[in-house]
Design a protein around this ligand. Structure first.
Ligand code: NAP
Length: 363
């Protein structure tokens, strides 16, 4: 018997729009990833995506790339088109002016300035609109944007490498490399997808990491260190490699805001166990950081857990145990979180879990 095809044609065109959208990763933040496909008589006549922040939106690029007159075409877009004048004119106007007849949208834009108004504008111009095709994938694609645009706080991913017994190192004063090359590349991909990476003072001193994207293509995120008393040695790599912006959070009890050519020093209040994490994430959100990768060490991960400021955990488990290990990984996936990925990376295992959230559109 012939296999039954369950995916409908609209989902196929939408998944192409999502694939295009992904190509903007690392270049469009704080904007969302958006792709657009134009279809006429069952054939794709134009494709485009939002390529860089401040640049043309996906709809405009798809129209520019169209091989045929787009009049009466159907557009597939993973996110509701914008209807306000921002850095570029409203995409709803562009679709209307180019005679688009029908629009399939993955999800409504959670941005309160748009949220449903884009659909209204299209309908008013007699365009047939369908919302919710490929919605789950559309939602998963833009998690950082969705959180940031509604709360002004970044989507926080906490990452740790551990031994099978759950140790992330020998102790606080020693640097140990636990996982293999494949996990290393996976971490670099996470970095490439993040606007900023954060570590504690001790990790900065002990590991002296570059915190750059090297093993995959991508832009370097902003590097963030928590250093209450500004005692970090200025000999650290990241203070003079000029490969990315640096932010050091310090205590507002002792310091004022200050900017040097190699670092932006931002004071925040102190809490019980160090600098206040809720203040730090808010300050980063104000600086348009939509996605933050917390790379440790142990104390910092514990503080983010205590402040309930983690949205996603990525845990790599190496194949081998470490002798005399004492530095315990505090990241334990809560039972009510959703495991999205469980896989092997070479000899290591990776598990990714997210706090369960409802799709905004359904709220
Ligand atoms: N396996 C892994 O995935 C992994 C990843 C990263 C690091 N490591 C290892 O972890 C070890 C370092 O970890 P660690 O726990 O000792 O130190 P850490 O978390 O890297 O840094 C802690 C320090 O950050 C400063 N800080 C400021 N505000 C804080 C806050 N709210 N919460 C926590 N810290 C805050 C404090 O120093 P001040 O009071 O001076 O500000 C604190 O002592 C190293 O051995 C490193 O190699 C392992």
């Amino acid at each position: 018997m012939e296999p039954v095809l369950t995916t409908d044609i609209h989902e196929i065109f939408m998944s192409r729009a999502l694939e295009l959208a992904r190509q903007g990763r690392g270049n469009v933040s704080p904007n969302p990833l958006v792709g657009c496909v134009l279809v006429k008589e069952g054939e794709i006549i134009g494709e485009g995506y939002h390529e860089e922040f401040g640049g043309a939106h996906a709809e405009v690029n798809a129209l520019r790339n169209s091989r045929q007159d787009p009049v009466d075409a159907t557009a597939y877009i993973n996110l509701e088109p914008c209807c306000f004048m921002g850095k570029t004119p409203p995409c709803t106007d562009t679709l209307i002016q180019n005679g688009i007849a029908e629009v399939y949208i993955g999800m409504l834009d959670p941005n309160p300035e748009v949220n449903g108004k884009g659909v209204e504008a299209l309908k008013k111009a007699n365009i047939i609109v369908h919302v919710g095709v490929g919605e789950e994938d559309a939602w998963n694609l833009n998690r950082p944007f969705e959180k940031w645009i509604t709360t002004k706080i970044p989507f926080v991913t906490a990452k740790a490498a551990q031994t099978p017994a759950g140790f992330m190192g020998v102790d606080s004063d020693h640097s140990v490399w636990l996982t293999g090359e494949v996990s290393g590349r996976h971490t670099h991909q996470l970095r490439a997808e993040s606007d900023a990476i954060l570590i504690g003072r001790q990790t900065a001193v002990i590991d002296d990491p570059a915190l750059t994207v090297r093993h995959v293509p991508g832009e370097n995120p902003t590097r963030v260190i928590l250093d209450t008393n500004r005692t970090l040695p200025l000999t650290l790599n990241m203070f003079h490699d000029r490969k990315a912006k640096n932010i050091v959070f310090c205590s507002e009890n002792r310091f004022d805001r200050n900017k040097t050519h190699f670092c932006d020093y931002i004071p925040v209040p102190e809490a019980e166990n160090g600098l206040s994490i809720p203040h730090i994430v808010r300050k980063l959100g104000e600086k348009n950081v939509t996605s933050l990768l917390v790379e440790g060490g142990q104390e910092v991960l514990q503080s983010f857990l205590d402040a309930d400021c983690i949205d996603r955990m990525v845990i790599y488990t190496a194949a081998n145990e470490l002798e005399k290990a004492e530095l315990k990984n505090p990241l334990i996936i809560p039972e009510n979180w959703v495991i999205t990925i469980e896989d092997f990376l070479g000899e290591d295992r990776v598990i990714i879990a997210e706090k369960g959230v409802e799709c905004l559109q359904e709220l």
